[in-house]
Design a protein around this ligand. Structure first.
Ligand code: SF4
Length: 313
């Protein structure tokens, strides 16, 4: 059985809410099967006052083994590097995180805030927030680029705002059983960050034929005007539906690129920045010249049923 401590730092609890909706496996499946013992979760543990402090003490003095440390939330280093904007009993939480990370077999950043800094670290970042091993797109963060846990892995980045529920529990199942975990160029598990949000989006046919929406609530593609970042964002939102039912784009909301280190982008999330008529950020791997040629041809070739927006998104 692997022991788990879940710490919240500069967090909104969104990843905890997501964790509680996971059903394949659920957290109860993981604890009931004996894979995981939750030593601490701020919303779930029924401990007396001071329980968390005593647990940290026991992990630090070696009398309690720690296998998995999950951190939810941005790491608050202000004011002036002290971390005292976010403390537990006068000890900066960044100090507790550093200490527990040294003792854990695996360290998991749950959510874009702990992976890359997220919303709290966006400019002007008044509380000096950072991620565990990244500061937005720059490697480093709280623990430093070279840091590795005792398993030999860097911080496992489960990016997302919030992280997809199944990405959390499936990663926990994998590390609890000591199974291999392949990470991508941003230390995210390839199994869950290996395809685009665009793949599996039900608006793909509209995208192909350049049938664009100008207002929310339509059936067309939201890439050209409404800021959708699906073709640039690695995440499983449209291949593993949320609550087995939906996703942002299925509900008519553009993808905000929340699994990327530069999330949130500096600007209007519902507006596509363009150079002339062409979006500034093209689908990953597509050249500007090819895109311009393709766009005009595609629009001309659009079948009437797509032009008439007969297809349900
Ligand atoms: S709405 Fe977004 S994810 Fe869907 S097809 Fe258009 S660009 Fe792709």
């Amino acid at each position: 059985m692997s022991t788990l401590v879940w710490m919240q730092t500069g967090a909104c609890s969104g990843d905890t809410m997501s964790l509680l909706t996971a059903d394949g496996p659920s957290l109860e499946n993981l604890t009931g099967s004996g894979d995981i013992e939750v030593l601490w979760h701020p919303s779930l543990t029924d401990g007396t006052t001071g329980y968390f402090g005593r647990l940290v003490e026991n992990i630090e003095n070696g009398s309690q083994q720690l296998d998995i440390l999950c951190v939810e939330g941005s790491l608050i280093t202000g004011p002036y590097g002290t971390g005292m904007f976010d403390s537990y009993r006068h000890r900066p939480k960044i100090d507790i995180v550093r200490s527990l990370a040294e003792r854990a077999r695996y360290v998991i950043a749950v959510g874009t805030c702990s992976a890359f800094g997220g919303i709290p670290a966006a400019p002007p970042n008044p509380t000096d927030c950072t991620g565990l091993q990244y500061d937005r797109e720059t490697a480093g963060g709280l623990l430093g680029d070279e840091w590795r846990s005792s398993s030999g892995l860097p911080v496992i980045n489960l990016a997302g705002c919030p992280t997809h529920p199944l990405t959390i529990t499936r990663t926990l199942a994998i590390v609890a059983r000591g199974l291999p975990l392949d990470l991508d160029f941003l230390n995210r598990p390839k199994a869950f960050y290996g395809s685009m949000v665009h793949q599996g989006c039900t608006r793909n046919e509209y995208h192909e034929y350049d049938i664009e929406d100008n207002q929310l609530g339509g059936r067309g593609c939201m890439y050209f005007n409404l800021g959708c970042q699906g073709p640039n964002t690695l995440a499983n939102c449209n291949s593993e539906l949320w609550n087995n039912r939906s996703s942002k784009t299925r509900a008519g909301v553009p993808c905000f690129g929340c699994t990327s280190p530069n999330f949130p982008k500096d600007g209007d999330l519902f507006k596509t920045e363009k150079l002339g008529a062409i979006p500034v950020s093209l689908p990953l791997g597509v050249s500007r010249s090819h895109y311009m040629a393709y766009k005009n041809l595609a629009k001309a070739a659009a079948p009437q049923r797509v032009k008439d927006r007969e297809m349900e998104p």
